[in-house]
Structure formats: C-alpha cells, structure tokens
Design a protein around this ligand. Structure first.
Ligand code: F0G
Length: 457
C-alpha cells in the first residue's frame, strides 16, 4: 500500500498542558469579559490563537542560541543574519527589529505621511494600524474571489490589477509604495502567485512606485507557488523565494512566523539611501543598527530558522498538518475558507451562524463557544479586529467574518488536530441553540480587539 504522509522530525522535549473542565472554562471566559486575549495560557488546552512566536525551534536553532554574540556593536550574530537575508532574499541592506510591527513602524516613519494612500492585498491589522496612525489610508485591492469562502481559486491572496491600477491612476502622487502581504493572512492565509507579483511589479514600474512585501509567511507562499503554479513545479523553495524578492524594493518581516523564532523581525532593503533614512528611526525606536531590538542569540536562531524553513520538507510538514485539520472540519460540515490556508484554517462565521445578526460579532461568538466547548483558543478575524472607521466612527463590517485556528509550527500532533476538529464539530451541531452573540462594553480607539470587553446579548 502507499505509505501515509508522516512528519520528517521527532520530538525531543515536551511541555505538559492542562485539560480543564467546561465549568472552569465558563467561569474563566466570563471573568475575561469574553476576550480570549485575557485568558491565561494554562486555561487553554489547544492554543491556536496564533502561529506567531509559538513554534518549536529545532535542535540546530537552539545550538545557535549558545553561539550568540551579545556585543553592542558589530556582533558576529548581526553578520550571520545579514548573510542569511542576503543569501535567501537577496537584500543588501537590513535592519533588525524586535518584531514585524516594529519593522513597519520604522519603515513607515520614513515612507508614509498624512494624506497618503497605500494600496495592497488586505493589509494586516498592524500594517493598517501603522498607516492609519499616520493619517494615511490603506486601500484593499485583493481579488474578489478571496471574499467568497466557497470559491476555489489557487491564489486567493492575489492583487486585483484593475483595482490597483484604478488607485494608482486616481491617486498616483499620494501613493508612496504598494505593499503585498505574502501569504495574505487576513483573507485566510491565502497565497499570492508569482505571476501576480510580476504583474504588480510591472504596474509599479509604470507608475514609478516602490513595491514592498510584508513577508511574515513568505516561505509558505513559496511552497504554494511550487504546488499550484506548474511553471515552478521543479523549482526549489529557495529558488522561488529568490525570484519573489527580485521584484521587491524592500520588505518588512515578522520573523515570529516563517523564521520560526519566538521574537524578532527585520526590514530588508535594496537601496542604501532608504537604509540610511530608516537607520535613524531604527536607532531611536529599536536599538543600534547591529542589534535593533534583538539579542545576538535571537539573531543567530533567526538566521538558522530562515534557512530551515525555506526547505521543502519543513514546509510540507507544516502545510500538511494545516490541511489535515481542514479536511477533518470539512468532514464535520464546518464551513471554512477553501482552499485551506498556509498557517491556519479560517472558519466562516457568517455561514456558521446565518441566523444571528452581524452586529453580534459572529466570529467572536464562535471563538467563545469553541473555547467553552473544548478549551481550544482561536481568534476573531472579523468586525472587532476591523476597528471603527476612523472618520465615521462606525463599526466596519468586513466582507469576511472569520474565526482563525492558527497552527503553531512543530508544536501539536495530529491527535490535537482531531480534538480541535471534534470541538468545532460539536459547536456546529448545537449551532441553532446559540441564538445571540455579544455587545462591546469597553474598547480602545485603535487595535481594539486586544483589550475589548464584551457582554452577552
Ligand atoms: N504582517 C502580517 C501578515 C502578520 O500576520 C503580522 C502578525 C504582522 C505583520 C506583525 O508582526 O506580530 O511580529 O509584530 N501577525 C500575528 C498573527 C500577530 O497572529 O497573525 P508582529
């Protein structure tokens, strides 16, 4: 018989996790004001809040930690990371930052000013936050297929070239750059095709605009290009990655995802003059150029992680596990974004709860019920995350109202995935007995989802 897929690693260290009771969880979630960010980690059984900084490092990454050089200036760890970024992504210049949003803060301090328009494909919330904080506007030019979770399309993260052209045509002078997020997290961990990247690049060339990547999950994106674009079937992941970045002027990177470290990030740049300008802000906000918010050991682990996670087998292990959960959920009838994303399965809360009004925050309702049912923590990617419109101050209801189940890299087994799927299956079975959701009792003016407080309607 054909042998089944199995992971090409084994486990050397384990961390016990607590299985709570339903009664305990009902009590905890009420005390947490129905915000899963307020739940303590030991009150969670399977934690799928995020794949960011939650992965398990390899033996080689841990051994790199011991070799870290903690010199304030000129540390060998900085040069190790500089070489890795140059070899893998091709950037001559880079600045370390403590995580992805810090890279956005530094780079956007140079590039974004009041009144600017920044088109892209579903900017991540911190990206949008850093644009709006500077009184500029993020315009989403993702293809329409992304917003129908039932539609099959191999590259739902793609940029719609007509939408982008319209923005560039109408506001050319106000656009500092175009940003492509690979993979497109907000639309469901959906990849962007290399052909689409080339077309966006050529449009950017026409209008004389820089093209910047948000690279948090660039390696997963490369894996999907290899799997879904026949032209790249025989290319290695590293070759695909090199080609992706041949079209980039710069990148922001949250290394907590595809570099499999617990903390870290960077800005990659091709231009010396951009590097010089960004360095000023990096020194102010993050730290001196050769450490920028990271310790030497962390830069070493990051360099090693970048190399490991641009290998096919590492990515196959991961994406196969995500797909395993996706297939189980589909078996139980749970409506999810298809094709399955790279880092997470996104449950479509509008299709889950068609009988509840959208003003009740459907994805949050689903996340709370999932937690109560099995101690599984997902996260709302919906109208709470979308914040209020900065001008009208009204709730924004995005086209997609999703609960994300993000799988940490190399952390859980497929038994855990079975458990998660059964938890969702149970909630789905009793969905009609859930008649209402939540209202907000307290919220922050921006990035409100982290601290929002809710009560049951
Ligand atoms: N860009 C994307 C696409 C992201 O998914 C994230 C973080 C960031 C930028 C910001 O990076 O967290 O290192 O500051 N996403 C996490 C998530 C938080 O759960 O998806 P950061």
């Amino acid at each position: 018989m054909e042998l089944p897929f199995a992971e090409s690693f084994r486990i050397k260290m384990i961390e016990p996790i607590y299985k709570s009771s339903r009664e305990e969880r009902l009590n905890w979630i009420q005390k947490a004001k129905y915000n899963l960010f307020n739940i303590k980690s030991n009150q969670v059984f399977v934690d799928l809040l995020t794949d960011s900084g939650t992965g398990a490092m390899s033996d080689k990454q841990w051994s790199e930690m011991m070799l870290g050089d903690e010199s304030y200036a000129g540390a060998s760890s900085y040069y190790k990371l500089k070489n890795a970024i140059k070899n893998i992504m091709g950037f001559d210049y880079f600045l370390p930052t403590h995580q992805g949003r810090a890279a956005e803060n530094v780079l956007f301090s140079v590039l974004v000013k009041e009144g600017d328009i920044v088109p892209g494909n579903s900017h991540f919330d911190t990206t949008k936050g850093h644009i709006e904080f500077r009184k500029a506007t993020a315009v989403d030019c993702t293809i329409d297929e992304a917003f129908d979770t039932t539609k099959q399309h191999p590259f739902k993260g793609n940029v719609d070239l007509n939408k982008l052209d319209d923005v560039l045509k109408s506001y050319a002078s106000k656009v500092p750059f175009v940003i492509i997020t690979i993979t497109n997290n907000t639309a469901g961990g959906q990849p962007v095709d290399l052909d689409n990247i080339k077309e966006v690049y050529s449009l950017c060339q026409t209008y004389g605009k820089m093209l910047i990547f948000d690279s948090a999950r660039f390696a997963e994106n490369a894996y999907f290009i290899k799997q879904r674009n026949p032209k790249y079937a025989n290319s290695s992941i590293k070759e695909i990655v090199k080609e992706i970045y041949s079209y980039a002027d710069a990148t922001t990177m949250s290394a907590k995802k595809d570099a499999i470290v617990n903390m870290g990030g960077f800005i990659g740049m091709k231009s010396k003059s951009l590097f010089d300008k960004a360095s000023v802000y990096n020194i102010m906000f993050e730290g001196f150029i050769t450490y920028g918010g990271m310790s030497g050991r962390d830069m070493n682990a990051l360099a090693q992680g970048l190399d490991e996670n641009t290998e096919f087998s590492t990515l196959e292990n991961r994406i196969e596990q995500v797909a395993y959960l996706g297939r189980k959920l589909v078996e139980y009838g749970v409506p999810v974004q298809e094709p399955f994303g790279g880092h997470a399965i996104f449950v479509d809360a509008k299709r889950f709860f068609p009988h509840i009004p959208k003003e009740h925050y459907l994805a949050q309702t689903l996340a709370v019920e999932t937690y109560i049912e099995g101690g599984v923590r997902g996260v709302e990617i919906g109208s709470i995350l979308a914040d209020r419109d900065p001008i009208t101050k009204l709730d924004r209801f995005p086209k997609l109202e999703l609960m994300r189940l993000a799988i940490p890299r190399r952390t859980y087994t497929n038994n855990h995935m079975d458990y998660v799927a059964a938890t969702l299956g149970n909630v789905f079975e009793r969905r009609n007995s859930i008649k209402s959701g939540f209202r907000i009792t307290h919220e922050a003016p921006i990035l409100r989802h982290f601290t929002v407080e809710l009560e049951r309607i």
